[in-house]
Design a protein around this ligand. Structure first.
Ligand code: AMP
Ligand code: MG
Length: 488
C-alpha cells in the first residue's frame, strides 16, 4: 500500500480467480510525469472514492496504475473479436488493464480499468499507448450518454502521462481510468469457446450470470436465459442509441458487452442531419456500422455470442441451434418495443394512442426529416415548442412545408404533451464540432476550458440554459463532412 487513504479502496480479483485462463497478470508502464487532466468527482463520490485523495499524488499514481492498494492483482484480459466481420482469435487488452473490482456503497461491483497503460502481451504491433484527445473523447461522450440515461461504462479520470505518442503526428499521451459493471464482451465468449475447454466456457457463462443477469440462475435453462438476457439488453441499448442519434462506429464483437453497457468510445459521434447512412469513422469506408445498420449489426453480433454458447444450449447440435435461433429471434420484438416506446415519448404521445398510429406518424416524420436533411436533436426539441402552439421553429427546418404542415396537424390532433417531450428530447448532445474544439484545446494547449464548458452542457442535457445556446446549434457548414479516426 502506498499512501494511507488507499486503504479504504479494496481491489478484488474475482475475474482473475474465476477465470485465470482469461487473465494475464500484468503491470502498468510507468508514467514519467503524470498530470491529472479531469477527475469525475460526482462519479468518484457516488462510488465511495474520495475525490480529494484521488487528486493527491498517491491518488494520481493509482489512476495511472503506478501504485495500487495492497492485494491488487492487475491483469490484461483475453478476448477474441469479429472486427468488421472478420474473426481475430486473439485480441485482448493490448493497452489496457483490469486493476480489479470494488464494491460501491450501494453494494454494486465495478471493474476499475485503465486504457493507455502500456503494452501487454496482447499488444501485437501496437504501442500500448493512448493519446489525450481520444481519452478525453471517451470521457465527454460517456458522460453525455450517462446523462441521457443510456447504459454505459463511466470515465473516472484522464491523466496525461508526460509521454509522447506517435500517430500521424506526435501527441501527448494519457491514461483513462474507467469504471464498468464488467468488461465481459461477446468476444470473451468467442475466445473461451475457441479454447475447446467447455468447462471454461461454462465457468465464464456462470460468472456472467452472477454479475449481470442473476435471474438467469434460477431459470430452467440458465445458459439459454443468459443468452436471452443479453439479446434483450443489447436490443434495448441499441434502440436507445438510435433515439439520440448515436453512432458507435466500431461495433466489433470485442466492443459488445454482456452487461448491455455501451463500451469503447473510439470513432463514435452523434448524428446531426437525420440520415440512416450516416458514418463518421474513417476506417468504415463500406458503412458497415452506419447509423441505420446498428440494429442489424447488433443482431449479427448476438449470433456470434449464440455460436460461442452453443455447447451449453442443448444436448446435441441441432437442438442447440434451434434453441439459440429462438432466443435470437427475440431481438426484433425487444428492439421494436424499445424503439416505439422511445419514439412515443419523443413525440409526447400518451399510452392511449395505439402503437400502429405512433409507428405510422413516426415513419412519416422520418421520411420528411431524411428528405429535408433536418438536424435530429434540434428538430425534436423544437417539436416540444410546436406542441405548445409555436410550430415555426420545427417547421422552418423542413424543406417540404406542405408535408410538414399536414404531418403537424395529424400529430397535434393526438394531443402531444410538451413538458413530457422536454424531459426526453435533449437540448444538448456532444456535437462533433464542439467535441473537436474541446479536444484540440486540451491536446494542443492544455486548455481544458472548452472541455469543461461542454461537460456543463451535456451533463444536464434536457435543461435549456441561457448562455449555452451555441451548444444547441448544429455545426456551421464550413465544418463539413465529419470524420473520426479510430480511438487510438
Ligand atoms: P479497439 O478498436 O480500441 O476496441 O481495440 C481493438 C484491439 O486493439 C484491442 O485488442 C486493443 O487492446 C488493441 N489496441 C488498440 N490500440 C492499441 C494500441 N495502441 N496498442 C496496443 N493494442 C491496441
Ligand atoms: Mg475495444
Amino acid at each position: 500500500m502506498t499512501g494511507s487513504a488507499t486503504s479504504t479502496l479494496h481491489l478484488g480479483d474475482r475475474f482473475a480467480r474465476d477465470l485465470p485462463e482469461l487473465a494475464l497478470p500484468w503491470q502498468a508502464e510507468d508514467a514519467t510525469d503524470p498530470n491529472l487532466l479531469v477527475l469525475n468527482e460526482a462519479l468518484a463520490t457516488e462510488l465511495g472514492l474520495d475525490p480529494d485523495w484521488l487528486r493527491s499524488p498517491d491518488g494520481v499514481r493509482l489512476l495511472v496504475g503506478a501504485a495500487l492498494p495492497e492485494g491488487a492483482a492487475p491483469v490484461a484480459q483475453a478476448y477474441a473479436g469479429h472486427q468488421f466481420g472478420n474473426y481475430s482469435p486473439r485480441l485482448g487488452d493490448g493497452r489496457a488493464l483490469l486493476l480489479g473490482e470494488f464494491v460501491d456503497p450501494a453494494g454494486h461491483l465495478h471493474d476499475l480499468h485503465l486504457k493507455g497503460s502500456g503494452r501487454t502481451p496482447f499488444a501485437r504491433g501496437g504501442d500500448g499507448l493512448a493519446a489525450v484527445g481520444p481519452m478525453l473523447r471517451e470521457y465527454v461522450i460517456s458522460e453525455a450518454m450517462h446523462a441521457l440515461g443510456i447504459p454505459t461504462t463511466r470515465a473516472l479520470a484522464v491523466t496525461a502521462t508526460g509521454e509522447h505518442v506517435f500517430r500521424e503526428t506526435v501527441l501527448p499521451g494519457a491514461v483513462l481510468a474507467r469504471v464498468a459493471s464488467s468488461h465481459l464482451r461477446v468476444g470473451t465468449f468467442s475466445y473461451a469457446r475457441a479454447t475447446g475447454d467447455l468447462e471454461l466456457l461454462r465457468r465464464l457463462a456462470d460468472h456472467a450470470i452472477v454479475r449481470h443477469h442473476p435471474e438467469a440462475a434460477s431459470a430452467e435453462r440458465p445458459h439459454l436465459a443468459l443468452l436471452e438476457a443479453v439479446v434483450s439488453a443489447q436490443a434495448e441499448l441499441v434502440a436507445r442509441w438510435m433515439l439520440v442519434g448515436f453512432v458507435h462506429g466500431v461495433m466489433n464483437t470485442d466492443n459488445v458487452t454482456i452487461s448491455g453497457e455501451t463500451i469503447d468510445y473510439g470513432p463514435c459521434a452523434f448524428m446531426e442531419v437525420y440520415d440512416p447512412a450516416t458514418v463518421f469513422s474513417s476506417i468504415d469506408a463500406g458503412g458497415r456500422y452506419a447509423y441505420g445498420n446498428q440494429p442489424g449489426i447488433a443482431q449479427w453480433n448476438l449470433v456470434r455470442l449464440a455460436e460461442a454458447l452453443l455447447p451449453l444450449l442443448g444436448a446435441d447440435q441441432p437442438q442447440a441451434v434451434a434453441v439459440a435461433q429462438e432466443a435470437l429471434s427475440g431481438f426484433v420484438g425487444h428492439y421494436n418495443r424499445a424503439w416505439t416506446a422511445g419514439v412515443r415519448a419523443k413525440l409526447g404521445l400518451a399510452d392511449e394512442v395505439p402503437v400502429e398510429v405512433v409507428t405510422a406518424v413516426a415513419d412519416d416524420l422520418l421520411t420528411l426529416l431524411h428528405e429535408g436533411h433536418v438536424d435530429w436533436t434540434s428538430f425534436f426539441r423544437a417539436l416540444g415548442t410546436a406542441a405548445r402552439g409555436d410550430v415555426e421553429p420545427a417547421r422552418s427546418s423542413v424543406l417540404d412545408l406542405t408535408g410538414i404542415d399536414g404531418w403537424t396537424r395529424r400529430w397535434r390532433a393526438l394531443g402531444p404533451d410538451a413538458d413530457a417531450m422536454d424531459r426526453v428530447n435533449p437540448v444538448y448532445v456532444p456535437r462533433n464540432h464542439l467535441v473537436e474544439q474541446a479536444l484540440s484545446a486540451a491536446s494542443d494547449a492544455v486548455d481544458l476550458g472548452p472541455l469543461r464548458q461542454l461537460l456543463v452542457a451535456v451533463r444536464d442535457p434536457y435543461t435549456a440554459r441561457p448562455g449555452l445556446e451555441r451548444f444547441a446549434e448544429p455545426a456551421p457548414t464550413e465544418f463539413g463532412a465529419y470524420r473520426t479516426f479510430c480511438g487510438t
